[in-house]
Structure formats: structure tokens, C-alpha cells
Design a protein around this ligand. Structure first.
Ligand code: ADP
Ligand code: MG
Ligand code: MG
Length: 353
């Protein structure tokens, strides 16, 4: 019997286009004897459109961004959206290939929980805690994971006492520091600051994207990432290094536009460094109560100190993205990786029943 997969992609998010590329690759890799694929496209405005069952791979993102069918809000569509057809009943599993707010942050996951549908990846708690950098770091701190120092503010605190906020950053964190919206990804709204002027501009910028921001001590370090896969018994992949070319940091452009960033897999590091990284990745996974997958991102300083930077609960997932490449080097090819994720989703759902 084939497994009926509802593929959710696009999304009302800055990462809409990344999601489209991923959907294209996942459709291509899904074995058509084992899976029936039903595309559900979310427009940039947040309208949901269900397409007809796909009969084979599609060639372009354009084909995936269809417009026929009823474009409606998820609320209006919920009763019918997740059924392959009225006769056949609901999908066996949903694959939310969505990044950032309104997709990776527990909102879509919560809706799928209510509908009692199995879905790939992290649950509500891990997704939402992982999306909020302050909450994530607080949980990591409690788990004893080593991190750079950080402080945070909500917009109203800053609006009523700006000087105090800047002072606070200078006293607790100092320069250079990184100012980030708490709930975002893809480096959107992030600035590196070396003085008060830059700090003021960075606060303004970050508050345009979120009502909460985080300010971190800037470190000079290599950026090393690892993939974690599993439910109760997570496994860690080999580590990979990101080397952005001539960049102050790994910003949005370096991530998606330049093609100038190199990924080095496996990352050059000592066995001891890798062991520590692996322990930290698994500890982070358990601390956030993750399931399915995460990509755990670290800073490795030249004197061998490791800091966890963040986890991404739905990491970039094209065949050329870090997470699938890390697993490929660990011995899990792309189609197998996708199948394992689908099986992990079904397994978790069954355990809950
Ligand atoms: P996102 O969730 O948007 O990827 P990150 O916290 O990973 O946000 O920050 C994006 C990039 O900014 C990192 O990959 C790194 O290049 C740089 N960066 C972020 N925080 C720091 C820091 N504390 N010290 C040095 N570089 C940092
Ligand atoms: Mg992130
Ligand atoms: Mg990051």
C-alpha cells in the first residue's frame, strides 16, 4: 500500500523561495511506488491551495506555485484540506517543508496536532522553543550547554528606556556584539556592531522584524554544524564547516544568493572536539524535546572552545543543503533520509495514541 503524503510548502515567510526549492527536490526523491504525493501550496500571502495528486516529478518551481483550486485561509480549508479525496480519507502523513515563522515555529504543527495527523519533524514545543532564540538559549543554559553571553529586550522596554538598554548591552556584553530578532532565521534582521552608533541602528533594524530581540557577545570562531536524526534515540551525523567567502558573517546573501559559501564535510577537527560537539548536539536535542530532525549549529574557537549557537528545527533541505549533505557523508542518501523522516513521523504519532 502506498503512503499518502501531503506536502506543505511555500509559506507566509521570508523563506518562501527556499521552501519551494526544497519541495521540488523532495518530490523528485520520493519513490513513487511507495508514496503518493499531494501538494499543498501556501502563497506568500498565506492562502492555502491544495493541488491534485502528482503523477511524477515536476520540473520547475513555477509548476508548484499553482493557482487553481480554492485559495482560502487555513481555517476555512481545514475540514477538507487534509483529505486526499472525500472517499479516501485523510493523508497518512504531512511533510511541512516550511521555514521560519508560520511554519517552523509550532503554529502549523499545532494545527496538525489538533487534526490528529502524523507530520514530519519537530512537535509544537520544540518548534516554538527552537524558533525563539531567547527561550532556546535559556533552555540550553539550564541543560549546562556552553554558549556566548546574551541579553534580551522587548520593544516596549527599549522604547521607554533606550539609553538604559544600550548601557546594559555595553556593560554585560560589550563589542563586538550581534543584535538579532528573537524569532527569525536566515540571518534576516541581524547586525554585527562595533560601537554605539551601530548598536542603535541595529536595535531599530531588529525591532522592525520582532517585538523581542537578543544581543550576543560576538566571537571569532569557525562555524560547525551537525545533523541530528531520530525520536527517542537520536543519532548525530558527521560535522560540517561553513566557510562564507569574504563576509563579516554568514548573512542572508551568503546563504542563498552568492553561491560563494563552501561547505567542508567532514569538518576538520580533532576527535575530542567532535566527541564534545556530538554530546552537545544530542544534549540540545533532548533539552528541547526534539523529534525527527534538527541541525545543530556551533562556534568552534581557535583554542578549541565549543559554543552552541542554535538549532534549526526545519533546516534547509535541498540535496545541496548542509543537513542532507551531512547525512550523505554519514551514509544516508537523500531518498533514504526522507523515508526515515516519514517513518519517524508515523512512529511518533503511533506512540502518542
Ligand atoms: P539565523 O537563525 O538567522 O541563522 P544565527 O544566530 O545563526 O541566526 O546568526 C546568523 C549568522 O551570524 C551566524 O551563522 C554567524 O555567521 C553570525 N553570528 C551570529 N551570532 C554570532 C556570534 N555571537 N558571534 C559571531 N558570529 C555570530
Ligand atoms: Mg536559525
Ligand atoms: Mg543560523
Amino acid at each position: 500500500m502506498t503512503i499518502k503524503i501531503g506536502l506543505l510548502y511555500g509559506g507566509k515567510s521570508a523563506e518562501h523561495h527556499v521552501s519551494m526549492q526544497t519541495a521540488l527536490a523532495v518530490i523528485k526523491a520520493l519513490n513513487s511506488d511507495k508514496f503518493d504525493i499531494y501538494p499543498i501550496y501556501i502563497t506568500e500571502e498565506g492562502q492555502w491551495i491544495k493541488g491534485a495528486q502528482l503523477n511524477g516529478p515536476v520540473d520547475s518551481v513555477k509548476e508548484l506555485a499553482f493557482s487553481e483550486g480554492n485559495a482560502l485561509s487555513p481555517m476555512a480549508l481545514a475540514p477538507t484540506l487534509f483529505q486526499s479525496s472525500a472517499e479516501q480519507g485523510p493523508f497518512d502523513v504531512i511533510f511541512p517543508l516550511l521555514h521560519g515563522p508560520n511554519g517552523e515555529d509550532g503554529t502549523v504543527q499545532g494545527m496538525l496536532e489538533l487534526l490528529n495527523l502524523p507530520y514530519v519533524g519537530n512537535g509544537v514545543l520544540a518548534s516554538s522553543a527552537g524558533m525563539d532564540k531567547v527561550i532556546m538559549k535559556n533552555i540550553f543554559a539550564q541543560a549546562g550547554l556552553s554558549q556566548v553571553n546574551y541579553v534580551w529586550f522587548i520593544r516596549s522596554e527599549w522604547e521607554t528606556a533606550r539609553e538604559e538598554a544600550y548601557h546594559n548591552v555595553e556593560n554585560e556584553i560589550g563589542y563586538p556584539c550581534f543584535v538579532k530578532p528573537a524569532n527569525l532565521g536566515s540571518s534576516v534582521g541581524i547586525s554585527k556592531c562595533s560601537n554605539r552608533n551601530e548598536l542603535e541602528a541595529a536595535f531599530k533594524e531588529a525591532f522592525m522584524f520582532d517585538r523581542k530581540i537578543i544581543i550576543e557577545e560576538g566571537v571569532t570562531a569557525r562555524e560547525i554544524e551537525a545533523g541530528v536524526l531520530g525520536n527517542d534515540y537520536p543519532e548525530c551525523s558527521v560535522a560540517g564547516e561553513i566557510v562564507p567567502k569574504d563576509k563579516a558573517f554568514y548573512d542572508y546573501k551568503a546563504k542563498y544568493e552568492d553561491g560563494e559559501t563552501s561547505l567542508i564535510i567532514p569538518a576538520e577537527m580533532t576527535a575530542d572536539e567532535y566527541e564534545r560537539l556530538k554530546d552537545m548536539a544530542i544534549t540540545a536535542y533532548k533539552a528541547l524535546d526534539c523529534s525527527g530532525l534538527v541541525r545543530a549549529d556551533f562556534f568552534l574557537t581557535h583554542d578549541g572552545k565549543l559554543f552552541i549557537n542554535e538549532v534549526n528545527t526545519m533546516p534547509g533541505f535541498t540535496p545541496f543543503s548542509m543537513f542532507p549533505l551531512l547525512w550523505k557523508h554519514t551514509g544516508v542518501e537523500y531518498p533514504e533520509l526522507i523515508e526515515r523522516l516519514v517513518n519517524l513521523a508515523i512512529e511518533r504519532h503511533q506512540e502518542k495514541q
